[in-house]
Design a protein around this ligand. Structure first.
Ligand code: F6P
Ligand code: MN
Length: 357
């Protein structure tokens, strides 16, 4: 279709607007989208993609690393290192920041990414994705170390994700709205199909890994309990639940039809204040969600305001439709003020919906 806007054309058109991305950023985003197309191709080939039979490994964070995690990581590195727009990268799959080789030119940007989010879904052929965040390197730095990546999410100049599902999509924000592009495989181009994505303020759908219920903090337990009481409970309406175990897929659903996603603080592993990583999961998704009219909080603080302390730092995440996120923030405030919460009644403690009768 000749009138379609491809990703590259969109970026060029966007350059004419006031807060336009500079040439360097446009070129970097083109490298990122090319990497995502290669990953989309690799993911869609499943077990047909070599190297078959490679064992799973364990990454720096003690998580199982699938062969495709490693392949996706390499694809991003190789597509983005040579263009001259970056001076460093941080990835979920690498312990330390990746420095640009001395024979490549250096640029003014930093890239943080999760090459294959939700990769526990790979073997079962469910949706996975790539998440990325772009920051400016501090002035005068061209050999960045971990500390140079420790910038709050408000400093992101761009954030996005690619989703590899029945269709592959790329969703991007440059700080002025959120736009979705569908991969037209025949043409080989991400094509604008979802301009100005907008999250409804209200929702009756939430996503949380219910198996962690016993580890949640009281405000989250109260919230979930009220939702699952449905029409008969204090919310007066029936809620629906979803859990895909792939953050990209959950955020995409929320961008399309609203909803709430939570991986809150819990006591499962007290050394880890959350499950998701701040720099390359929570921050880019928080920027996207806010730009689409939603909200993103730890429960106690706006995610984008958090000052990072480590490149692989974990953080509690509550994001999606604004009214629900605000409600959860109120519950956290009440709890921290020492106010008694409803769920402490014996009824809740003896009749969790997630327990069999
Ligand atoms: O990268 C972390 C991640 O895979 C997210 O995509 C997803 O939301 C979450 O972990 C799933 O966690 P769990 O395995 O506890 O359901
Ligand atoms: Mn991930």
């Amino acid at each position: 279709m000749p009138h379609r806007t491809t990703f590259s054309k969109f970026l060029i058109a966007d350059r004419r607007r006031s807060a336009a991305p500079d040439n360097e950023l446009v070129a970097l985003l083109n490298d990122v989208q090319r990497a995502c197309k290669f990953i989309a191709a690799a993911v869609s080939r499943g077990k047909l993609e070599g190297p078959g039979g490679l064992p799973n490994r364990v990454n720096v964070q003690g998580e199982e690393q699938k062969p495709l995690d490693v392949i996706a990581n390499e694809i991003v590195l190789r597509n983005c290192e040579a263009g001259g727009q970056l001076c460093g990268m941080v990835s979920e799959e690498m312990d330390e920041p990746f420095g640009i080789a001395p024979d490549y030119p250096r640029g003014s940007y930093l890239l943080a990414f999760d090459p294959l989010d939700g990769s526990s879904n790979i073997d079962i052929d469910m949706t996975v994705g790539t998440i990325f965040s772009i920051l400016r390197a501090p002035q005068g730095v061209d050999e960045p170390t971990a500390e140079h990546f420790l910038q709050p999410g408000t400093q992101q100049v761009a954030a996005g994700y690619a989703l590899y599902g029945p269709c592959s999509m790329l969703v991007l924000t440059l700080g002025a709205g959120v736009h979705g592009f569908t991969l037209d495989r025949e043409v080989g181009a991400f094509t604008l199909t979802h301009p100005d994505m907008c999250i409804p303020e209200a929702t009756c759908e939430f996503a949380i890994n219910a198996s962690n219920e016993r580890f949640w903090e009281p405000p989250v337990r109260q919230y979930v309990q009220e939702c699952i009481q449905g029409k008969a409970g204090p919310r007066g309406v029936d809620f629906n639940t979803r859990w895909i175990a792939s953050m990209v897929a959950e955020v995409h659903r929320i961008l399309i039809r609203g909803g709430l996603f939570m991986y809150p603080r819990d006591t499962k592993a007290p050394a880890k204040p959350g499950r998701l990583r701040l720099l390359y999961e929570a921050n880019p998704m928080a920027m996207i969600v806010e730009q689409a009219g939603g909200a993103a909080s730890t429960g106690r603080e706006r995610i984008l305001d958090v000052q990072p302390t480590g490149i692989h730092q974990r953080i509690p995440v509550i994001l999606g439709s604004r009214h629900e996120v605000e409600r959860l923030v109120r519950y956290h405030e009440a709890h921290d003020r020492g106010e008694a919460l409803v769920f402490t009644t014996p009824l809740f403690n003896t009749r969790s919906l997630f327990l069999t009768a």
